[in-house]
Design a protein around this ligand. Sequence first.
Ligand SMILES: [Zn+2]
Length: 270
Amino acid sequence: MQKPAGPRSAIFHGPGSSQLLAPLEALLGKGNHLHAHQLNSRGYPYGSRTLNRFHFVGPAGGDNYTRLGIFSGIHGDEVAGSLAAVRFLHELVQEPSLARGYEIFLYPVCNPTGYADGTRHSRSGLDLNREFWKNSEQPEILLLEREIRQLRFDGFLSLHADDTSDGLYGFALGHTHAVNILKPSLEAASKILPTNRRRRIDNFPARHGIVRRRYPGMLGPAPGTRPKPLEIVLETPALASIPDQVDSSLLALRTILEEHRALLSFSQNL
Ligand SMILES: [Zn+2]
């Protein structure tokens, strides 16, 4: 698998996000396999703000690297996801074997203006998580769609929070991914926050905290991508304490990486 362009480490500290991202400066380079890139958009109308992408390459784990995209903060007011994403980068640097066999691209603040303003929508008034693959002109969408097209992720993990849910839950499409990856990750995270066990969540049928649907226009692979990538959306209960949401998300992320790795090696040995 082709490696992306060499290390160029620079974090863009947009309004509102510098406090979140500043601690990552100390982790860049210096023998750590963490690098930062700024994605520039000429058309970005709110000053020169850009999205930050962090790149971490884990130790080799076989013939191929599995390429994961981890996305948070597409809803600007769901801060636990962005905090969890940043904490996850710290954990990866401290414990690189977590990412054995993975190349991880992480976008902690996908909606910079919403993050700065503390709003779900971007400053253009749109829910960006309904704009993908619909010829949207939104600069955040253009940047992220370009990333998704160029990097051809094998997996998409999105972190969200839901203020109408009293427990953790998630979205997964395929049966295998729902049962073998999302289910154990919710179980691991339930050490900290309970799973939402309702039979309907967010107006979708649900079982064991798992919804097997997706919203049109939500962040994910381009339509028709084959083979179908792993797609998991994790939702923490937004009214729970932020540290609990972050800690449970971290447990879930670790478990997703472990279980996905196990599933891949199992299917390669068939
Ligand atoms: Zn959300």
